[in-house]
Design a protein around this ligand. Structure first.
Ligand SMILES: CC(C)(COP(=O)(O)OP(=O)(O)OC[C@H]1O[C@@H](n2cnc3c(N)ncnc32)[C@H](O)[C@@H]1OP(=O)(O)O)[C@@H](O)C(=O)NCCC(=O)NCCS
Length: 180
C-alpha cells in the first residue's frame, strides 16, 4: 500500500469513493433523492475545487494499491480553536476494509496535525448512526466528547458525534503496528 498526497489526477477516483461511502453509510440521514441522484456530482464539485485550488491548511492523502486508489483522508489544520485539526473525511473502499488502510490513513492525518497544527489535537465528526466507524475510532483511541445537530447536503437533520484525540501520536503507533 502506498500513501501519497492527492492531486488533480485523483479527483474522479476520490469523488467516486466518497459518493459510494455516503450512499452506503449515510442512508436514512441524507435524503434518498440526494444519495441516488446527486451525490456523485456534489462530491465531484467539492473535490474539483479542493484539488485544483489547494488550500494551504488542507491536506488530502490517498492510499493506492496496484495503481488503484482504495481510500483517502482529508485533513483541515487548525479548524477549531479548542479541538484543533479536523479529520474531515476518511473513506476506504469496501473490498479494502479491515486490512489496515483506515489506520494507515489516520496515522497520516495525525502526523500532519502534529507537524503543522498549532494545537496538536485532532478531532472528527461521525454520524450517530455510523456505529461501525465509531467502533473503529474507539479502537484507535478516540474519545466521544459531544454531539452536534447539522443540516446535511440535500436537506434534513443529522446528529454528528465528535471524537477527539488529545494526543494524536497514539494514531502513529497504531499505524506503525499495522504497517509492520
Ligand atoms: C471506518 C473505515 C474508514 C475503517 O477503515 P478500515 O481500513 O476498514 O480500518 P482498519 O482496517 O485500519 O482497522 C480496522 C479496525 O477498526 C476496528 N473496526 C473497524 N470496523 C469495525 C466494526 N464494524 N466493528 C468493530 N470494530 C471495527 C477494529 O478494531 C478493526 O481491527 P481488526 O480488523 O483487526 O479487528 C472504513 O470502514 C470505511 O471507509 N467505512 C465507510 C466510510 C465511513 O464510515 N467513514 C467514516 C466517516 S466519519
Amino acid at each position: 500500500m502506498e500513501y501519497r498526497g492527492a492531486g488533480v489526477r485523483d479527483i474522479e477516483a476520490i469523488a467516486a469513493i466518497h459518493a459510494e461511502g455516503w450512499r452506503t453509510n449515510y442512508r436514512g440521514a441524507y435524503s434518498d433523492a440526494f444519495l441516488d441522484e446527486e451525490v456523485f456530482d456534489d462530491r465531484l464539485a467539492v473535490w474539483t475545487a479542493r484539488l485544483t485550488r489547494p488550500h494551504p491548511l488542507h491536506e488530502t492523502v490517498v492510499a493506492e494499491s496496484g495503481g488503484r486508489i482504495v481510500g483517502f483522508v482529508h485533513t483541515v489544520l487548525d479548524r477549531d480553536p479548542v479541538w484543533g485539526t479536523l479529520l474531515d473525511n476518511l473513506h476506504v473502499l469496501p473490498d479494502a476494509q479491515r486490512r489496515g488502510v483506515g489506520t494507515g490513513l489516520m496515522a497520516r492525518s495525525a502526523a500532519t496535525a502534529l507537524a503543522r497544527g498549532s494545537h496538536q489535537r485532532l478531532y472528527l465528526m461521525v454520524l450517530r448512526q455510523n456505529t461501525a466507524a465509531q467502533a473503529f475510532y474507539t479502537a484507535r483511541g478516540g474519545e466521544c466528547v459531544g454531539s452536534e445537530v447539522a443540516e446535511p447536503a440535500g436537506g434534513g437533520r443529522i446528529v454528528g458525534l465528535r471524537y477527539a484525540w488529545s494526543d494524536p501520536s497514539v494514531l502513529l503507533l497504531h499505524g506503525a503496528a499495522r504497517d509492520a
